[in-house]
Design a binder for this molecule. Structure first.
Ligand code: GSH
Length: 205
C-alpha cells in the first residue's frame, strides 16, 4: 500500500499527490485537509522526525523530501529510463533543484508575507526585494521553456510537476508579473491535466 501524509495546501505535498495521480497509483491520503504546522497523526515523529510534510510510505519504504519522493515514484513506477536519456534526466533534476532552492528562497517570504501574514505585520521591504528576485528567476525559467512543449523531450514528466506547482503559486500571487510568453503556453498545457485540476487548482491559501 502507498500512503501519503500531508495537507493539500502544501506546495511540497502537491508535487507528490499530482505525481501519484499522473502515475495512476492508488494511495491512502492522511491529513489531506490538515492544518498548517500540525500533523495530526499518532507517532508521526517516528516516520518524519522533522515533523514536516510530505512523507510517503511506499509499501514500507518511508521517504521524505518532496522532490526525492517524486523522483522515486517516477523511477519505480514509470518508464522514465526507457523514454528519457540519462542526460535529459539530469536536466530535469537540475530544474527540480532550482525550484526547491533558488526559487523557494524568494517564494517563501513573498507567499508567506502576502498570503499568510496579517497586513499590519507585513515586512514590505523584504517582500518587495524578493518579488524582484523571484521575477528574475522566472524570466530565466521562461527562457528555458522556449520551443518546449513540456520541460524534457516534449513528454510530460516529473520536472513539469515540480515547476508546475511553483508556477501555480507564482502566477496566483497578487504581484506584478513580467510578460512570460513561453511560461504562459507551457502552463496552459500542464494546468489542463486531470492531475493538476484534481490536486492543485483551488489550493492557493
Ligand atoms: N524540503 C522539504 C520541505 C518540506 C516543508 O517545508 N514542508 C512544509 C509545508 S510546505 C511543512 O511541513 N511545514 C510545517 C507544516 O505545515 O506542518 C520538502 O521538499 O519536502
Amino acid at each position: 500500500m502507498i500512503e501519503l501524509f500531508g495537507r493539500r495546501t502544501s506546495i511540497n505535498v502537491q508535487k507528490v499527490s499530482w505525481a501519484l495521480c499522473e502515475l495512476n497509483l492508488k494511495f491512502k491520503w492522511h491529513e489531506e485537509n490538515g492544518q498548517i504546522g500540525k500533523v495530526n497523526v499518532e507517532n508521526y515523529e517516528q516516520i518524519n522526525p522533522q515533523l514536516i510534510v510530505p512523507t510517503l510510505n511506499d509499501n514500507g519504504i518511508i521517504i521524505s523530501q518532496s522532490n526525492s519522493i517524486v523522483r522515486h515514484l517516477y523511477r519505480k513506477y514509470s518508464n522514465i529510463f526507457k523514454t528519457t536519456h540519462i542526460d535529459q534526466i539530469a536536466i530535469a533534476d537540475q530544474w527540480m533543484e532550482f525550484q526547491s532552492t533558488d526559487l523557494q528562497i524568494n517564494m517563501t517570504p513573498v507567499f508567506w508575507g502576502l498570503i499568510r501574514t496579517a497586513p499590519e505585520d507585513r515586512n514590505h521591504d523584504l517582500i518587495n526585494k524578493n518579488i524582484t528576485l523571484l521575477n528574475d528567476k522566472f524570466i530565466i525559467f521562461n527562457n528555458f521553456l522556449k520551443d518546449r512543449k513540456f520541460m524534457i523531450n516534449d513528454i510530460f514528466g516529473m520536472a513539469d510537476i515540480t515547476l508546475g506547482v511553483a508556477t501555480y503559486r507564482y502566477t496566483s500571487l497578487p504581484i506584478t508579473h513580467p510578460k512570460l510568453n513561453n511560461l504562459e503556453e507551457w502552463y496552459e498545457r500542464i494546468s489542463s491535466r486531470d492531475g493538476f485540476i484534481k490536486n492543485i487548482l483551488g489550493t492557493f491559501s
